[in-house]
Design a protein around this ligand. Structure first.
Ligand SMILES: *Cc1c(COP(=O)(O)O)cnc(C)c1O
Length: 394
């Protein structure tokens, strides 16, 4: 939508808004040292190069800062979902190889080539499209061939991979850097699906040998694969959520020692006594049995804090764990601190550690009936991200 304001009026307004947001008591704190630690632990665990997945705003941690930090740690490769994310990374000065995992829409191939982004080729048709555009631009395309081994999302079925790989090998303008697939059930260490997918994938890769073509980089392991299935590590791994220190599921095994990079923090902004029987928040769904102390925290579902946590979530204040009471509002929520005291400006931890208490992303997501991925990427831009650790502080 076009703004009705001329640009000279629009820009200062936007700046004032973002400065105002910086002052919000609610913030996401990203510990860049945790990110380095996790990358290091994953590397040692798998012993092969890592493609760090930074799609969806770096799983909520901030696309550019996360990618710049990973690049500074010498990460071999980055992965994003869409070409737009790849272009944003290039504009921010990211020089490491970037694979776009999603499909190609319309005539985006020119954008891939112009910004030196690696392309996922997921059908013989798309291969032809990439080949034609690369030839017209006189620029070779770097591609990864996508094989579908059981996800049924994008990619050529492993049982039809022969002609696909043959066409790719024969192409003049496509340089085949990788061949890959995606695991559907790797979060579950007991699922037989992963072994089946791996077998299908390795069968498909044999076509390179059959054709006498060099074997490209084979990659299939997401975070679940890294955690649970050694055989899937192959030539490169593609962890997303695990790199941020969050396990894909509460039931995932902690085979790699990672630390959560994100904390979700706010402050107490209001304190009151609620008298017995007086309901709190929209819908009057909760009321105390006795007079109690209730504080207000300025975060809500408008920030991506799930409304499903109404009377279910918990918040840490002064090193103690207290329940959210009544409905989570768009911008605020209420917490029952019982007989304890709290002061305006006291730190409130929604995800993270305070004293001896901790609220994990995995546990909070489970409580909300969500997966940790959903919770992470749902945290909106209205929450300012601050970064600690790394080389500089800001
Ligand atoms: C998102 C994604 C990943 C990373 O998944 P995690 O479960 O976060 O590790 C890896 N590969 C592909 C193709 C993806 O889309």
């Amino acid at each position: 939508m076009r703004s009705p304001l001329p640009p000279d009026l629009e820009t200062p307004a936007a700046e004032t808004m973002s400065r105002a947001l910086e002052d919000r008591p609610t913030r996401i704190r990203v510990d860049l040292d945790a990110l380095s630690h996790n990358l290091d632990r994953i590397r040692r665990h798998v012993g092969v190069p890592v493609m760090g997945i930074v799609k969806a705003n770096g799983y909520g941690h901030g696309l550019l800062r996360t990618a710049l930090h990973l690049q500074a740690q010498g990460i071999e490769q980055l992965g994003v979902a869409f070409v737009e994310e790849g272009v944003a990374l290039r504009r921010a000065g990211i020089t490491v190889p970037i694979l776009v995992l999603g499909g190609i829409f319309g005539d985006q191939v020119t954008q891939f080539l112009a910004h030196d982004l690696e392309i996922t080729v997921s059908s013989v048709d798309k291969l032809g499209q990439v080949e034609a555009t690369a030839a017209a631009m006189g620029r070779p395309a770097t591609v990864h061939l996508k094989i579908d081994t059981g996800m049924e999302r994008i990619g050529v079925h492993s049982y039809s991979a022969g002609p696909f790989i043959e066409a790719a090998v024969a192409s003049r303008w496509c340089r085949i850097k990788g061949v890959y697939s995606h695991l559907a059930c790797a979060d579950d260490p007991d699922s037989p699906m992963t072994t089946l997918q791996l077998e299908r994938f390795l069968d498909a890769c044999r076509h390179f040998e059959r054709l006498g073509a060099p074997m490209p980089i084979r990659h299939i392991a997401n975070s679940g694969g890294v955690l649970h299935f050694r055989d899937t590590w192959l030539d490169m791994v593609r962890p997303g959520i695990l790199m941020y220190g969050v396990r894909p599921d509460v039931t995932a095994l902690a085979t790699v020692d990672v630390r959560p990079a994100m904390s979700l923090l706010s402050k107490v902004i209001y304190f009151k006594v609620v008298k017995a029987g007086n309901p709190v928040s929209y819908g009057a769904t909760w009321a105390p049995e006795y007079d109690t102390r209730v504080v207000t925290i300025p975060i809500g579902y408008g920030d991506g804090y799930p409304r499903a946590l109404s009377s279910r979530g918990e918040v840490l204040v002064r090193g103690r764990r207290f329940p959210i009471v009544g409905r989570v509002c768009m911008d605020q929520l209420m917490v029952d601190i019982g007989g304890y005291s709290a002061w305006n400006e006291d730190e409130a931890v929604l995800v993270g550690t305070q004293g001896a208490e901790r609220i994990s992303m995995e546990a909070l997501a489970a409580r909300a009936g969500m997966i940790p991925y959903e919770l992470l990427v749902g945290l909106t831009d209205r929450i300012p991200r601050t970064y600690v650790g790394g080389r500089s502080r800001s």
